[in-house]
Design a protein around this ligand. Structure first.
Ligand code: SF4
Ligand code: SF4
Ligand code: FES
Length: 369
Protein backbone atom coordinates (compact mmCIF):
# COMPACT_ATOMS: atom_id res chain seq x y z
CA UNK A 1 0.00 0.00 0.00
CA UNK A 2 1.06 3.61 -0.54
CA UNK A 3 1.30 5.55 2.75
CA UNK A 4 1.93 9.25 3.20
CA UNK A 5 3.22 11.11 6.27
CA UNK A 6 3.81 14.78 6.95
CA UNK A 7 6.61 14.97 9.49
CA UNK A 8 7.69 18.02 11.45
CA UNK A 9 11.48 18.20 11.10
CA UNK A 10 13.51 20.25 13.56
CA UNK A 11 17.19 21.18 13.35
CA UNK A 12 18.71 21.80 16.79
CA UNK A 13 21.71 23.78 15.49
CA UNK A 14 19.73 26.27 13.44
CA UNK A 15 16.34 26.10 15.24
CA UNK A 16 14.67 25.65 11.84
CA UNK A 17 11.34 23.81 11.61
CA UNK A 18 9.83 22.43 8.44
CA UNK A 19 6.92 20.13 7.59
CA UNK A 20 8.16 17.51 5.13
CA UNK A 21 5.93 15.15 3.23
CA UNK A 22 6.92 11.56 2.42
CA UNK A 23 5.18 8.80 0.53
CA UNK A 24 6.41 5.21 0.59
CA UNK A 25 5.29 1.72 -0.29
CA UNK A 26 4.62 -0.30 2.89
CA UNK A 27 3.07 -3.68 3.73
CA UNK A 28 -0.60 -3.59 4.75
CA UNK A 29 0.18 -4.50 8.36
CA UNK A 30 2.65 -1.60 8.71
CA UNK A 31 2.53 0.57 11.82
CA UNK A 32 3.59 4.19 11.99
CA UNK A 33 6.98 3.02 13.26
CA UNK A 34 7.40 0.66 10.29
CA UNK A 35 6.65 3.53 7.91
CA UNK A 36 9.19 5.77 9.65
CA UNK A 37 11.76 2.95 9.37
CA UNK A 38 11.10 2.66 5.63
CA UNK A 39 11.51 6.42 5.20
CA UNK A 40 14.76 6.37 7.17
CA UNK A 41 16.12 3.35 5.29
CA UNK A 42 15.12 4.32 1.78
CA UNK A 43 14.34 8.04 1.56
CA UNK A 44 15.98 10.18 4.23
CA UNK A 45 18.52 8.73 6.67
CA UNK A 46 18.63 11.97 8.66
CA UNK A 47 15.09 11.53 10.06
CA UNK A 48 15.37 11.10 13.84
CA UNK A 49 13.00 9.29 16.23
CA UNK A 50 13.28 6.81 19.11
CA UNK A 51 12.39 3.14 19.09
CA UNK A 52 13.49 -0.11 20.62
CA UNK A 53 11.13 -3.04 21.19
CA UNK A 54 8.63 -2.47 18.32
CA UNK A 55 5.99 -4.26 20.45
CA UNK A 56 4.46 -1.63 22.77
CA UNK A 57 6.53 -2.52 25.80
CA UNK A 58 9.67 -0.35 26.00
CA UNK A 59 7.88 3.02 25.84
CA UNK A 60 10.48 4.59 23.50
CA UNK A 61 8.40 5.53 20.47
CA UNK A 62 5.90 8.09 21.83
CA UNK A 63 5.10 10.86 19.35
CA UNK A 64 2.09 12.82 18.15
CA UNK A 65 -0.09 11.81 15.24
CA UNK A 66 -2.55 14.46 14.05
CA UNK A 67 -1.99 16.32 17.33
CA UNK A 68 -2.52 13.47 19.83
CA UNK A 69 0.15 11.28 21.45
CA UNK A 70 0.47 7.68 20.25
CA UNK A 71 2.97 4.85 20.44
CA UNK A 72 4.29 4.66 16.87
CA UNK A 73 4.61 0.87 17.08
CA UNK A 74 0.93 0.55 18.06
CA UNK A 75 -0.61 2.89 15.47
CA UNK A 76 -1.59 0.95 12.34
CA UNK A 77 -1.48 2.81 9.02
CA UNK A 78 -3.86 0.70 6.92
CA UNK A 79 -6.98 2.80 7.57
CA UNK A 80 -5.15 6.04 6.85
CA UNK A 81 -3.83 4.65 3.57
CA UNK A 82 -7.30 3.43 2.59
CA UNK A 83 -8.86 6.80 3.38
CA UNK A 84 -6.11 8.66 1.54
CA UNK A 85 -5.41 10.65 4.70
CA UNK A 86 -1.86 11.87 5.29
CA UNK A 87 -1.39 12.30 9.07
CA UNK A 88 0.87 14.95 10.56
CA UNK A 89 3.57 13.50 12.81
CA UNK A 90 5.18 15.72 15.43
CA UNK A 91 7.16 15.27 18.67
CA UNK A 92 5.41 14.77 22.02
CA UNK A 93 4.24 17.89 23.84
CA UNK A 94 5.39 19.32 27.19
CA UNK A 95 8.98 18.18 26.65
CA UNK A 96 11.84 20.05 24.90
CA UNK A 97 12.50 18.89 21.32
CA UNK A 98 16.03 17.64 20.66
CA UNK A 99 15.70 16.82 16.95
CA UNK A 100 12.77 15.96 14.68
CA UNK A 101 10.61 13.53 16.74
CA UNK A 102 13.10 13.07 19.58
CA UNK A 103 12.32 14.88 22.84
CA UNK A 104 14.45 15.38 25.93
CA UNK A 105 12.93 12.99 28.49
CA UNK A 106 15.01 14.35 31.40
CA UNK A 107 12.18 16.51 32.88
CA UNK A 108 9.94 13.42 32.69
CA UNK A 109 12.47 11.23 34.52
CA UNK A 110 13.11 13.96 37.12
CA UNK A 111 9.43 13.88 38.04
CA UNK A 112 9.29 10.08 38.15
CA UNK A 113 12.32 10.16 40.48
CA UNK A 114 10.66 12.85 42.63
CA UNK A 115 7.86 10.47 43.65
CA UNK A 116 10.42 7.88 44.88
CA UNK A 117 9.51 5.05 42.51
CA UNK A 118 10.76 2.25 44.71
CA UNK A 119 9.44 0.18 47.55
CA UNK A 120 10.26 1.42 51.07
CA UNK A 121 9.56 -1.77 53.00
CA UNK A 122 10.75 -0.54 56.38
CA UNK A 123 13.03 -3.52 56.90
CA UNK A 124 16.45 -4.50 55.65
CA UNK A 125 15.25 -7.07 53.16
CA UNK A 126 14.42 -10.75 53.28
CA UNK A 127 16.38 -12.72 55.85
CA UNK A 128 16.99 -16.48 55.75
CA UNK A 129 13.82 -18.20 56.99
CA UNK A 130 11.58 -15.21 56.27
CA UNK A 131 8.17 -15.97 54.84
CA UNK A 132 6.85 -14.49 51.61
CA UNK A 133 4.96 -11.20 51.77
CA UNK A 134 1.65 -12.23 50.29
CA UNK A 135 -0.40 -9.52 48.54
CA UNK A 136 -4.03 -10.55 48.14
CA UNK A 137 -5.84 -10.23 44.77
CA UNK A 138 -8.10 -7.54 46.33
CA UNK A 139 -5.07 -5.53 47.43
CA UNK A 140 -3.48 -6.01 44.01
CA UNK A 141 -6.63 -4.80 42.24
CA UNK A 142 -6.00 -1.30 43.62
CA UNK A 143 -2.68 -0.96 41.79
CA UNK A 144 -3.09 -3.39 38.92
CA UNK A 145 -3.56 -0.73 36.23
CA UNK A 146 -0.80 1.50 37.59
CA UNK A 147 1.62 -1.45 37.37
CA UNK A 148 1.08 -1.60 33.60
CA UNK A 149 2.80 1.76 32.93
CA UNK A 150 5.68 1.58 30.44
CA UNK A 151 6.72 5.22 31.06
CA UNK A 152 6.28 6.27 27.47
CA UNK A 153 5.25 9.85 28.30
CA UNK A 154 2.15 9.92 26.05
CA UNK A 155 0.02 11.09 28.99
CA UNK A 156 2.50 13.80 29.93
CA UNK A 157 2.52 15.01 26.34
CA UNK A 158 -1.21 15.77 26.51
CA UNK A 159 -1.44 17.13 30.07
CA UNK A 160 -3.16 20.54 30.13
CA UNK A 161 -2.13 21.27 33.67
CA UNK A 162 1.53 20.67 32.85
CA UNK A 163 1.29 22.95 29.84
CA UNK A 164 0.14 25.77 32.16
CA UNK A 165 2.53 24.80 34.96
CA UNK A 166 5.64 22.82 33.90
CA UNK A 167 6.39 22.08 37.57
CA UNK A 168 3.24 19.96 37.94
CA UNK A 169 4.30 16.37 38.70
CA UNK A 170 2.01 15.13 35.96
CA UNK A 171 0.05 11.97 35.25
CA UNK A 172 2.89 9.47 34.74
CA UNK A 173 4.75 10.37 37.94
CA UNK A 174 1.55 10.47 40.01
CA UNK A 175 0.38 7.12 38.59
CA UNK A 176 3.79 5.73 39.58
CA UNK A 177 3.30 7.26 43.04
CA UNK A 178 -0.06 5.50 43.37
CA UNK A 179 1.58 2.21 42.42
CA UNK A 180 3.60 2.46 45.68
CA UNK A 181 0.98 4.16 47.87
CA UNK A 182 -1.34 1.25 47.12
CA UNK A 183 1.31 -1.43 47.66
CA UNK A 184 0.64 -2.99 51.06
CA UNK A 185 4.34 -3.86 51.44
CA UNK A 186 5.34 -0.18 51.38
CA UNK A 187 5.89 1.41 54.76
CA UNK A 188 5.81 5.10 53.81
CA UNK A 189 2.26 5.59 52.58
CA UNK A 190 1.44 8.62 54.74
CA UNK A 191 4.77 10.36 54.01
CA UNK A 192 4.24 9.79 50.30
CA UNK A 193 0.69 11.15 50.42
CA UNK A 194 1.84 14.22 52.34
CA UNK A 195 4.52 14.92 49.72
CA UNK A 196 2.23 14.31 46.76
CA UNK A 197 -0.42 16.62 48.31
CA UNK A 198 1.91 19.61 48.22
CA UNK A 199 1.90 22.27 45.52
CA UNK A 200 2.33 20.83 41.98
CA UNK A 201 0.98 17.49 43.17
CA UNK A 202 -2.31 15.58 43.29
CA UNK A 203 -4.61 18.58 43.58
CA UNK A 204 -3.12 20.56 40.69
CA UNK A 205 -4.66 18.16 38.16
CA UNK A 206 -7.53 19.85 36.30
CA UNK A 207 -9.33 16.54 35.64
CA UNK A 208 -9.38 17.04 31.88
CA UNK A 209 -8.89 13.27 31.34
CA UNK A 210 -6.66 13.78 28.27
CA UNK A 211 -3.99 11.58 29.88
CA UNK A 212 -6.50 8.81 30.33
CA UNK A 213 -7.70 9.12 26.75
CA UNK A 214 -4.16 8.93 25.34
CA UNK A 215 -2.49 6.29 27.52
CA UNK A 216 -1.75 3.34 25.20
CA UNK A 217 -1.57 0.80 28.03
CA UNK A 218 -4.84 1.36 29.90
CA UNK A 219 -3.15 2.73 33.01
CA UNK A 220 -5.86 5.41 33.43
CA UNK A 221 -3.54 7.89 35.14
CA UNK A 222 -6.36 10.31 36.03
CA UNK A 223 -8.03 7.50 37.98
CA UNK A 224 -4.70 6.91 39.71
CA UNK A 225 -4.66 10.58 40.77
CA UNK A 226 -8.25 10.23 42.02
CA UNK A 227 -7.12 7.24 44.10
CA UNK A 228 -4.28 9.31 45.59
CA UNK A 229 -6.75 12.08 46.47
CA UNK A 230 -9.12 9.60 48.09
CA UNK A 231 -6.28 7.97 50.05
CA UNK A 232 -5.03 11.38 51.21
CA UNK A 233 -8.48 12.37 52.51
CA UNK A 234 -8.86 8.95 54.16
CA UNK A 235 -5.55 9.50 55.98
CA UNK A 236 -6.68 12.94 57.14
CA UNK A 237 -4.32 14.86 54.83
CA UNK A 238 -7.07 17.27 53.89
CA UNK A 239 -6.13 20.77 55.06
CA UNK A 240 -4.88 21.90 51.64
CA UNK A 241 -7.17 23.82 49.23
CA UNK A 242 -7.41 20.88 46.78
CA UNK A 243 -8.73 18.43 49.37
CA UNK A 244 -11.10 21.08 50.79
CA UNK A 245 -12.37 21.72 47.27
CA UNK A 246 -13.12 18.02 46.72
CA UNK A 247 -14.78 17.66 50.14
CA UNK A 248 -17.03 20.65 49.41
CA UNK A 249 -18.29 18.93 46.26
CA UNK A 250 -19.43 15.98 48.38
CA UNK A 251 -21.02 18.14 51.07
CA UNK A 252 -22.73 20.37 48.53
CA UNK A 253 -24.15 17.46 46.52
CA UNK A 254 -25.41 15.80 49.68
CA UNK A 255 -27.13 18.87 51.13
CA UNK A 256 -28.67 20.40 48.01
CA UNK A 257 -28.23 17.91 45.14
CA UNK A 258 -26.26 20.65 43.33
CA UNK A 259 -22.82 22.18 43.47
CA UNK A 260 -23.13 25.38 45.56
CA UNK A 261 -20.61 27.28 43.44
CA UNK A 262 -20.93 30.60 45.26
CA UNK A 263 -19.62 29.04 48.44
CA UNK A 264 -16.97 26.92 46.72
CA UNK A 265 -14.20 29.55 46.76
CA UNK A 266 -14.56 30.65 50.42
CA UNK A 267 -14.83 27.00 51.53
CA UNK A 268 -11.70 26.12 49.53
CA UNK A 269 -9.47 29.15 50.04
CA UNK A 270 -10.88 30.60 53.26
CA UNK A 271 -12.84 33.86 53.56
CA UNK A 272 -9.81 36.19 53.76
CA UNK A 273 -8.14 34.82 50.62
CA UNK A 274 -11.46 34.84 48.76
CA UNK A 275 -11.78 38.59 49.24
CA UNK A 276 -9.01 38.98 46.65
CA UNK A 277 -11.32 37.40 44.08
CA UNK A 278 -14.36 39.59 44.77
CA UNK A 279 -13.77 41.74 41.67
CA UNK A 280 -13.60 38.63 39.49
CA UNK A 281 -16.73 37.20 41.17
CA UNK A 282 -18.63 40.43 40.48
CA UNK A 283 -17.74 40.17 36.80
CA UNK A 284 -18.98 36.57 36.72
CA UNK A 285 -22.19 37.57 38.50
CA UNK A 286 -22.75 40.34 35.96
CA UNK A 287 -22.69 37.72 33.19
CA UNK A 288 -25.04 35.40 35.04
CA UNK A 289 -22.27 32.91 35.89
CA UNK A 290 -22.76 32.96 39.66
CA UNK A 291 -26.06 31.77 41.11
CA UNK A 292 -27.27 33.89 44.07
CA UNK A 293 -26.39 32.15 47.36
CA UNK A 294 -29.81 32.83 48.92
CA UNK A 295 -32.14 31.08 48.95
CA UNK A 296 -29.88 28.04 48.39
CA UNK A 297 -30.70 26.23 45.18
CA UNK A 298 -32.01 22.84 46.31
CA UNK A 299 -32.77 20.13 43.75
CA UNK A 300 -36.36 18.87 43.63
CA UNK A 301 -35.20 15.28 44.17
CA UNK A 302 -32.56 16.10 46.76
CA UNK A 303 -33.73 13.13 48.84
CA UNK A 304 -32.24 10.83 46.18
CA UNK A 305 -28.91 12.59 46.42
CA UNK A 306 -28.93 12.29 50.22
CA UNK A 307 -29.95 8.63 50.07
CA UNK A 308 -27.09 7.93 47.65
CA UNK A 309 -24.66 9.66 49.99
CA UNK A 310 -25.93 7.57 52.90
CA UNK A 311 -25.62 4.31 50.95
CA UNK A 312 -22.00 5.07 50.03
CA UNK A 313 -21.22 6.11 53.60
CA UNK A 314 -22.77 2.94 55.00
CA UNK A 315 -20.67 0.81 52.65
CA UNK A 316 -17.62 2.55 54.10
CA UNK A 317 -15.47 1.73 51.05
CA UNK A 318 -13.09 4.63 51.34
CA UNK A 319 -9.80 5.61 49.73
CA UNK A 320 -8.55 3.97 46.55
CA UNK A 321 -10.92 1.02 47.00
CA UNK A 322 -13.82 3.45 46.58
CA UNK A 323 -12.44 4.58 43.21
CA UNK A 324 -12.01 0.95 42.11
CA UNK A 325 -15.59 0.22 43.20
CA UNK A 326 -16.80 3.27 41.25
CA UNK A 327 -14.94 2.16 38.11
CA UNK A 328 -16.55 -1.28 38.34
CA UNK A 329 -20.01 0.18 38.89
CA UNK A 330 -19.62 2.48 35.88
CA UNK A 331 -18.60 -0.42 33.67
CA UNK A 332 -21.86 -2.23 34.59
CA UNK A 333 -24.16 0.77 34.24
CA UNK A 334 -27.34 0.23 32.25
CA UNK A 335 -28.28 2.52 29.35
CA UNK A 336 -30.46 5.23 30.88
CA UNK A 337 -31.55 7.34 27.97
CA UNK A 338 -32.08 7.10 24.23
CA UNK A 339 -28.74 8.58 23.22
CA UNK A 340 -26.87 6.27 25.59
CA UNK A 341 -28.94 3.29 24.43
CA UNK A 342 -28.24 4.14 20.78
CA UNK A 343 -24.51 4.39 21.49
CA UNK A 344 -24.55 1.07 23.37
CA UNK A 345 -26.48 -0.52 20.53
CA UNK A 346 -24.02 0.84 17.99
CA UNK A 347 -21.02 -0.62 19.82
CA UNK A 348 -17.50 0.73 19.63
CA UNK A 349 -17.07 0.02 15.90
CA UNK A 350 -20.48 1.00 14.50
CA UNK A 351 -21.30 3.90 12.16
CA UNK A 352 -19.90 7.16 13.40
CA UNK A 353 -17.38 5.37 15.60
CA UNK A 354 -13.99 3.70 15.20
CA UNK A 355 -13.49 1.50 12.15
CA UNK A 356 -13.53 -2.18 13.10
CA UNK A 357 -9.99 -3.60 13.04
CA UNK A 358 -9.30 -6.42 10.61
CA UNK A 359 -6.26 -8.21 9.30
CA UNK A 360 -4.85 -7.82 5.80
CA UNK A 361 -6.77 -10.14 3.48
CA UNK A 362 -9.93 -10.06 5.64
CA UNK A 363 -12.95 -8.22 4.34
CA UNK A 364 -13.61 -4.84 5.93
CA UNK A 365 -16.39 -5.11 8.54
CA UNK A 366 -16.24 -8.95 8.61
CA UNK A 367 -16.67 -10.65 11.99
CA UNK A 368 -13.35 -11.60 13.52
CA UNK A 369 -13.09 -14.61 15.78
S1 SF4 B 1 0.50 6.24 32.26
FE1 SF4 B 1 0.23 5.41 30.18
S2 SF4 B 1 0.75 7.12 28.84
FE2 SF4 B 1 1.54 7.64 30.84
S3 SF4 B 1 3.66 6.98 30.80
FE3 SF4 B 1 2.43 5.28 31.67
S4 SF4 B 1 1.92 3.97 29.91
FE4 SF4 B 1 2.62 5.93 29.08
S1 SF4 C 1 -6.51 14.75 33.94
FE1 SF4 C 1 -4.98 15.87 35.15
S2 SF4 C 1 -3.06 14.75 34.91
FE2 SF4 C 1 -4.48 14.06 33.29
S3 SF4 C 1 -3.97 15.33 31.51
FE3 SF4 C 1 -5.67 16.36 32.60
S4 SF4 C 1 -4.65 17.78 34.03
FE4 SF4 C 1 -3.09 16.34 33.33
S1 FES D 1 9.24 0.75 20.12
FE1 FES D 1 8.94 0.03 22.17
S2 FES D 1 7.00 0.83 22.69
FE2 FES D 1 7.21 1.34 20.60
Amino acid sequence: MQVGLKVWRYETDTGKRALKEYEVDAPEEATLLDVLDIIKDKVDGSLSYRKSCRMMICGSCGMRMDGGAVLACKARMYDFAQAGHVPVISPMGNLPVVKDLVVDMQPFWDKIRAVKPWLEPGYEGPQPGDKENIVSPEQMATIHKESLCIQCGCCTSECNSMEANPDFLGPAALAKGMRFVGDTRDNTKVERLEEYSEENGIWDCTRCYFCQERCPKGVDPRDAIAKLGAEAVKEGIDSNPGAKHAKWFVHSAKTTGWLRETELIPKTQGVINSLKDVKFAMKLAKHGKVPPPFPPHVAKDVKESRALHDIVKKQDVRGASGIVQGERALSRIEPHDDAYAAAAERGPYGPGSFPKPYLPGEKEGAETS
